[in-house]
Design a protein around this ligand. Structure first.
Ligand code: PEP
Ligand code: MN
Length: 337
């Protein structure tokens, strides 16, 4: 950690900073130049809080050297983490192609959609049984019945299943039926929920909050990792912006950005990012080209009858075309799915 001292600070203030550092069990290293004074703090930085030091008179800035997300950081693990969901591998050259409807609606429709996406090459089936809807009057999901349908359909089509868990109280139930938990954008900073899924051994798909920075996303991943669950996959799904013609603003730079900062796999969800079937195909392909470890797309065989997110659902033939394009790009990127 480096402490930058204000230009006009007094010697007494500097002495106080040095004393405080020693009191905390660290060794200060004073460097007094002609114009600036800085203090290097020597010791295990993970045991030192930057904020209280920034409150000392005479301190201009405290610059941590270590990342605040330690376990999620690339420094902690130089190699890419590979997360296993059933027989599917995510990361290290293997891609998660997640597809399915926004919500599980009934057995017949899910079976039909699952058949289509499986034939197109999807390897993970999605579908919400607990839906985080903006309006309490909108379809909230089928709950346990939806989970059962999802599990049965996944087994029938030989695809592990991923579904959202919205509340710590739902964890034991969702855990029984799902192969992977999804933490939705609205819950990315529900720290109690993160801690609880962190205490399970199931893989977690952690979606970026709509107003979260990349650092916020990694801090949320840290909550899960620090509880002992190392199986975390991140998901870029767009952030809020001033643009009104798309649902959110897809931050594709988050993919290489996260890859530099973290060893965790990151996938992209162009469905919720754009909210527009005409934009999803190109953004899905761009995600593969940007180095994503997977792509998550909502597909429905009859979008006009969908109980949630119908307007952004891709029809199965269009999904199959996009998958073909992504397959070719994945090959160029040295990846497979
Ligand atoms: C979803 O995956 O259906 C969903 C609600 O996603 P998000 O949390 O990214 O909005
Ligand atoms: Mn949705």
């Amino acid at each position: 950690m480096i402490i930058v001292i204000r230009p006009n600070s007094t010697q007494a203030e500097i002495d106080h900073v040095l004393e405080r550092i020693r009191e905390l069990g660290f060794k200060p290293h004073l460097s007094q130049g002609e114009h600036r004074t800085i203090i290097g703090v020597i010791g295990d930085e993970s045991q030192l809080q930057a904020e209280p030091l920034a409150a000392i008179a005479g301190v201009e800035q405290v610059l941590p050297i270590m990342k605040p997300y330690k376990l999620a950081s690339r420094d902690f693990n130089k190699k890419d983490t590979v997360v296993a969901v059933g027989k599917v591998r995510i990361g290290g050259g293997s891609m998660a192609m997640i597809a399915g409807p926004c919500a599980v609606e009934n057995r017949e429709i899910l079976d039909e959609i699952a058949g289509h996406v499986k034939r197109a090459g999807a390897n993970l089936l999605r579908g919400g049984a607990f839906k985080p809807r903006t309006s309490p009057y909108s379809f909230q999901g089928l709950g346990e019945e939806g989970l059962k349908i999802l599990q049965d359909t996944g087994r029938k089509h030989d695809m592990p299943v991923v579904t959202e868990v919205m509340d710590p109280r739902q964890i034991p139930l969702v855990e029984r039926y799902a192969d992977m938990f999804q933490i939705g954008a609205r819950n990315m900073q529900n720290f109690d929920l993160l801690k609880e899924v962190g205490q399970t051994t199931k893989p977690v798909l952690l979606k970026r909050g709509m107003s979260a920075t990349v650092k916020d996303l990694l801090m949320s991943a840290e909550y899960i990792l620090s509880e002992g669950n190392p199986h975390v996959v991140l998901c870029e799904r767009g952030v809020r912006s001033f643009e009104e013609s798309t649902r959110n603003m897809l931050d594709l730079s988050a993919v290489p950005n996260v890859k530099g900062l973290s060893h965790l796999p990151i996938i992209v969800d162009p469905s919720h990012a754009t909210g527009r079937p005409d934009l999803i195909p190109s953004m899905a392909c761009a995600a593969v080209a940007a180095g994503a470890d997977g792509v998550h797309i909502e597909v429905h065989s009859c979008p006009e009858k969908a109980l949630s997110d119908g307007p952004q659902a891709l029809l199965p033939p269009r999904y199959a075309e996009v998958m073909e394009c992504m397959r070719r790009l994945a090959e160029v990127m040295g990846k497979t799915f």
